[in-house]
Design a protein around this ligand. Sequence first.
Ligand SMILES: Nc1ncnc2c1ncn2[C@@H]1O[C@H](COP(=O)(O)OP(=O)(O)O)[C@@H](O)[C@H]1O
Ligand SMILES: [Mg+2]
Length: 304
Amino acid sequence: MIETTATFDNLEWMPEPNRKPFPAAPAAAKVLGPAPVFAITSGKGGVGKTNVTANLAAALALKNRRVMVIDADLGLANLDLLLGVRPTYTLADFFAGAAPLDEIIVTNRHGILLLPGASGVQEMTSLSSDQKAALLTELDAITHELDIALVDTGSGISDAVTYFTAAAQEIVVVVTPEPASMTDAYALVKVLALAHRQKRFWILANSVSGEAEARRLFDALSRTALCFLNVALDYLGWIPRDPRLVRAVARSRMVVEDAGDAPSAQAFVAVAERLMQTAAGGVAVKGNLQFFLRRMVAGERGGR
Ligand SMILES: Nc1ncnc2c1ncn2[C@@H]1O[C@H](COP(=O)(O)OP(=O)(O)O)[C@@H](O)[C@H]1O
Ligand SMILES: [Mg+2]
């Protein structure tokens, strides 16, 4: 049963309760009502978004949470490699009438669902209203039993990235100690705050030497954002620079499954826990997965 909140009062579209059962879902204790959506984004490429998305998903799945990841960065489709799945279709095939949604979404060995997105915003926003309605109906049937969804958005301030990011309820900006990662993260926050009216950003420090460095990154970024954008950033946590993560990637695996005792794997588990707490504490007032998909498909922008 989908819970409704005051946030949805202004939506004509409402999910119908009691749709057909979630396909091939692992048995799990449902901890939340509507599934929250976290966009995993960054200013600069190569900072670890795909690893963060896949490993957080795996950490959550290992705790019996039902997770869907949405690959909105098909240009560099490596999320499927890490998850160990080979999708045949993308959302573009659904729109072309070539495949039903349940054939587009693939399930990995941990029960994580992967939805390969369309490669451009154009494909999403140029849909007819019939296509949009069909997509939303099918997505609703599949997603209403999920606990959480993570979107690997791609990096930078292109339309495709800001479009997917602004449609999510929670934005996680991945930064590393590289100066370019910091300046590009600031540029992204600036665009999302000014052009897309986003107000809440979680900062995840990746590839750091330890908590002290993570805190330094966060402090520098949050001071600047507060001073120049009047935006207060939130600290989500940190993942250490870890050769065992690199080794796992070389084997097309997630470090969480490949080396559960590795420092980065343990950090992912801790951050995953924090995500669920964050979600439980705040998502009701800001929407859910259906809301996200509706915005994504309809081309509606954030504003929370
Ligand atoms: N915590 C980490 N420790 C060591 N190397 C990392 C870490 N995170 C990412 N990397 C390295 O960065 C590479 C790119 O990561 P990826 O997740 O594909 O980035 P993005 O999706 O942001 O482009 C990985 O293949 C790995 O070699
Ligand atoms: Mg990537």
